[in-house]
Design a protein around this ligand. Sequence first.
Ligand code: IPD
Ligand code: CA
Length: 255
Amino acid sequence: MQKEKYLQDAKTAAKEAGKYLIGETLKEINVEQDKDIKLYADKNSEKIIIDYLKARHDIPILTEESGELGDIGEGLYWVVDPIDGTYNFFKGLDLCCVSIALWKGSDPVLGVIYEFKNDRLYYGIVGEGAWCNGKSISTSEIAELGKASLATGFPVYRDYSDHALTTFMDSVQCFKKIRMFGTAATSIVYVASGKIDVYIEEDIMLWDVAAGVALVLAAGGAVKLEQGSKKWTRKTMCFANDKLKEKYLNEIFSN
Ligand code: IPD
Ligand code: CA
């Protein structure tokens, strides 16, 4: 597999979509349902990415707006989120990005996240390294839960019952600081680049986290994914290093 070629194409597709999104002034809502909103910009950005990738690679694509394009199995496939942080984008907040990953079965291969508002392109190949605008990035060395910062979020499909929320809050009280940025992809890229130490979100869609998970691994971190309540949702846990992962899983998660 020519990973470099896949990476280059994912980077270009993300940049093309970002160029469109930066110039998009009409923030019209296409679909509004329960806790979710979808903009016409999500669709347009996705079309730019899909057209670009399809013209160059004959592999399936899993996307936020169109679902499964082709048969996703044990082989290679793209995972595309045309805007992560759609609500932030809608409200004019800067934290939003384009996210493109290449996975093989259940293994992340590479990831690209483009923060188009500040022109930061993050990219990495698992086992080879991770970069932001050409500079190498790595996860933090913080190894104590009490010194670690956590990024999290409350996704559309999570269980919002009192019991589920209380259980979740109990499991995150061990951290020094807790942040909610409104975009899973950006939250995870902060772990990959050492700005945040842990990311945990329950029942999050795979396209929100696929590129970030690849980037965390590429940058020296550790991850754990568990099947969520829907086919493509996962409980996603990303850690700056193995020590933090072990501590969280042994001391908190097992209780
Ligand atoms: C959302 C963001 C948010 C997460 C939600 C996602 P969207 O993605 O990643 O952080 O909590 O579950 O749906 O809707 O902005 O693409
Ligand atoms: Ca998303």
